[in-house]
Write a protein that binds this ligand. Structure first.
Ligand code: ADP
Length: 321
């Protein structure tokens, strides 16, 4: 468990980056720190592993102040993943992953087994990749190595600072899914920094929203979406979250084409309760599909009807604010 008590950080130039922060991150929790650029997220993260000294207050891990830990013990037991893929270019993938286990003087055998286990865990075939250099991997693969390197010596805590923001959207989505799956298996205490509300809502058990160095609200994604404490939070999550929600709730039945065209040719079919996620690939392949309910065709959906519906709803959502 990580606890911030009245933590403030004043940088040399006079910037108060963090102001009286109080937070508790429970063991095994996936906790997301989110807020606009410059609000103090990275500073808060770096104070935990003492890459930045705090000015006031205390941070404790499992009831012990971070200043009372030996600095090496502290850092080795906290995995750290950065936005920029920070692998050592001249070391192989295996050597990159082995750094902390070697510092901890694990046996060669144990390290080699651990590298293999971790590479499998994120879908990288060890036989194929362990002896490669980082430059021989794609950006997404390198970031996977960055994640498992942080996990190598089995730390209790994982700090992740915008780990996926340098990736293209497809790789970002893949890694988001992977880290969510991984967390279900490994149950670390994860503190994840992002400025992307969608990412925060999808990954976090709880989130803390910061603004100008202060905590504005913390809670589960549902609590924050349903009960924003002020306009800042409402604006930050509101519009985007409500759009996301309505898209999630759409079914084929709500997207029916009402232009009254007859169904002539045999069409691919889709159930009335199919989600947008199921409807879109179908309509990417076929211009029209029949919608089935209780064994009967109740109408058709077309590319146009789907776009029309989303466009109308989006305008309405925006007007409602
Ligand atoms: P975020 O991660 O939310 O973008 P940061 O924690 O990086 O925010 O920065 C918070 C504030 O502290 C910003 O105003 C930033 O300019 C300032 N800051 C960050 N690092 C330093 C530093 N080393 N020296 C002086 N000011 C800094």
């Amino acid at each position: 468990m990580i606890r911030f008590e009245n933590v403030s950080k004043l940088y040399g130039g006079g910037t108060k980056a963090v102001n009286e922060l109080n937070l508790q991150i429970d063991a095994g929790e996936f906790f997301v720190l989110i807020g606009p650029s410059g609000c103090g997220k990275t500073t808060s993260l770096k104070m935990i592993n003492r890459l930045v000294d705090l000015s006031e207050g205390t941070i404790s891990i499992n009831g012990k102040k971070i200043s009372d830990y030996d600095i090496h013990e502290l850092r080795w037991n906290i995995g750290y993943v950065l936005q920029q893929i920070a692998l050592f270019p001249h070391l192989t993938i295996e050597e990159n992953i082995s750094i902390v286990p070697e510092l901890k003087k694990w046996s060669k055998r144990k390290i080699s087994d651990r590298v293999e286990e971790l590479m499998h865990m994120v879908g990288l075939d060890p036989d194929k990749y362990r002896h490669r250099k980082p430059s021989e991997l794609s950006g997404g693969q390198q970031q996977r190595v960055g994640v498992v390197r942080a996990l190598a010596a089995d730390p209790e805590i994982l700090l992740m600072d915008e780990p996926f923001s340098a990736l293209d959207p497809i790789n970002r989505e893949k890694l988001q899914k992977d880290i969510a799956d991984l967390q279900r298996k490994i149950k670390k205490t994860i503190l994840f920094v992002t400025h992307d509300i969608q990412e925060a809502l999808e990954l976090g058990d709880r989130l803390a929203i910061m603004n100008e160095g202060e905590l504005v609200q913390s809670g589960t994604p549902e609590e924050i979406i349903n009960h924003p404490v002020n306009d800042f939070v409402r604006n930050f999550v509101g519009l985007r979250a409500s759009k996301h929600q309505f898209l999630d709730q759409l079914t084929a039945e709500s997207l029916l084409d009402h232009t009254g065209d007859e169904v002539a040719d045999p069409l691919p079919t889709v159930y009335s309760n199919a989600s947008l996620e199921e409807v879109i690939p179908l309509l990417a392949a076929e211009p029209r599909a029949a919608v089935m309910k209780n064994g009967e065709v109740i109408g058709t959906i077309t590319r146009k009807s789907v776009f029309q519906y989303i466009a109308n709803r989006t305008v309405r959502e925006r007007e409602r604010g």
